[in-house]
Design a protein. Structure first.
Length: 132
């Protein structure tokens, strides 16, 4: 397993070197995009080296779950051995007919910290002016 990871790192390092050479030949906007992916590649190599070769535990805050959707979070359902998902949590307020009254996408937030505010916002949105 360790030898496979070493081979992977060596191969990926070659790709990064090629990307660096390409950066010198293309336009400015593409350079920025390529440099962003090169930075992702360097971070992945660093984490593989640390985790597999050095047997280090990577802190959760350093982990990246998607290089294409950087806001992606690891979502645990709260039960031991339960399924995990990748994405963002969403708080949804529905009426008794499952009509969505309000929603909130939660980045780096948890349910118990937003529930009261979401309900208050929903109540404020649904207030009707008194009939004349």
């Amino acid at each position: 397993m360790v030898d496979s990871h070493r081979s992977y790192i060596e191969l990926f390092q070659l790709y990064l070197d090629r990307a660096q050479a390409t950066i010198k030949k293309v336009g400015f906007l593409k350079v920025l995009e390529i440099e962003e992916y090169v930075a992702h590649g360097r971070r992945q190599i660093d984490q593989i080296r640390r985790r597999v070769l050095n047997d280090e535990k990577i802190p959760h805050a350093e982990k990246v779950f998607s290089i294409f959707e950087e806001h992606t979070e690891w979502i645990c359902k709260g039960k031991a051995g339960g399924p995990q998902e990748l994405g963002l949590k969403v708080c949804v307020v529905e009426d008794s007919y499952q009509f969505i009254l309000h929603h909130r996408v939660m980045q780096k937030e948890i349910d118990d910290k937003v529930a009261v505010g979401v309900i208050e916002d929903t109540k404020d949105m649904l207030k009707c002016s008194p009939a004349a």
